[in-house]
Design a protein around this ligand. Sequence first.
Ligand code: SAM
Ligand code: SF4
Length: 326
Amino acid sequence: MALDRFGRNIHYLRISLTDHCNLRCVYCMPEDMIFRPNAELMQDDEILRLVQLFVNLGFDKFRLTGGEPTVRAHVVDLVRELAHIPGVRSLSMTTNGVLLGRLARPLAEAGLQRLNISLDTLDAEKFRRLTRWGTLEDVWQGILSAEQAGLRPIKLNAVVVRGYNEADVVDLARLTLEHNWQVRFIEMMPFAGATDLQVKQTVTAEEMLQRIQAQLGEVEIANGGELDGEARLYRLKDAKGEIGFISSVTAPFCAACTRARLTADGRLRLCLLREGEVDLLTPLRAGATLDDLRQLILDGIWWKPWGHGLAEGVIPLNRVMSEIGG
Ligand code: SAM
Ligand code: SF4
């Protein structure tokens, strides 16, 4: 078991498979983003060795993210190998959905269990403005393909940005009336790359909820008031699905945090919103023993920060979001 000094049992690893992406969302990275050369990223065998090590330390829940994980070469084969590691109890992915039309079924057949798909608006023009390069129809088809492939429950993630899509929370929430989906609204967080926008144009979960209730009526608390991962869940009257709020900025869930992150270049990141990292890939490539690596991970986790410092103005600037994986 990997415990931190506050007694939290850390057993959930989010792995960024690549920093590359086929979109350029305004809240995530600049349009002229320069990515790392492939040689600096973890190779398949390195990811598999590190995951085995984390499993040995009690990790059982893994989420593949990015950048955009589906643009990684041979991602289906990698998912198959990961799914076959004994001890990998939960294997999921966060994706922008663009390539799911052709990848949802192969990923499901390879052993992927669930998907979170990012969708910030149902308006095609706003979608293009937010993602800079994306086409809404591709993502919509991707969502339907994921559902048909059995990658359920479908969870949709919307980052809400003032001046772009703050009014769109209503149409997105309305989806839950007809679909048994979880539509989750995320408060925008500040990282390097687009800090100005991220600081000035954040919309609070409270404001999103008020907008939704003003248009669609009162919501009731769902899931017995328990957090689902990081989301607080509600249900609109007679809705098939649920809406959720991830209020990382205004009401962080640090006390219940069980996660660590592996960046695309093989650094163990202990808190999404703190710069501290432990390099695992360099020692792995230099021939470190499994015991050495194990000790590096355990020491890193022990010193996992309690929580972020956004309220004190501490913004992590050593990486853009796409390198860490969200
Ligand atoms: N490319 C995939 C996607 O967009 O779903 C996976 C990687 S993306 C970095 C993971 C999640 O982080 C997405 O739901 C995305 O919307 C969210 N995200 C990106 N930048 C963010 C920011 N500044 N604040 C909050 N969430 C952000
Ligand atoms: Fe790419 Fe996801 Fe970042 Fe958008 S949020 S630019 S899809 S990594």
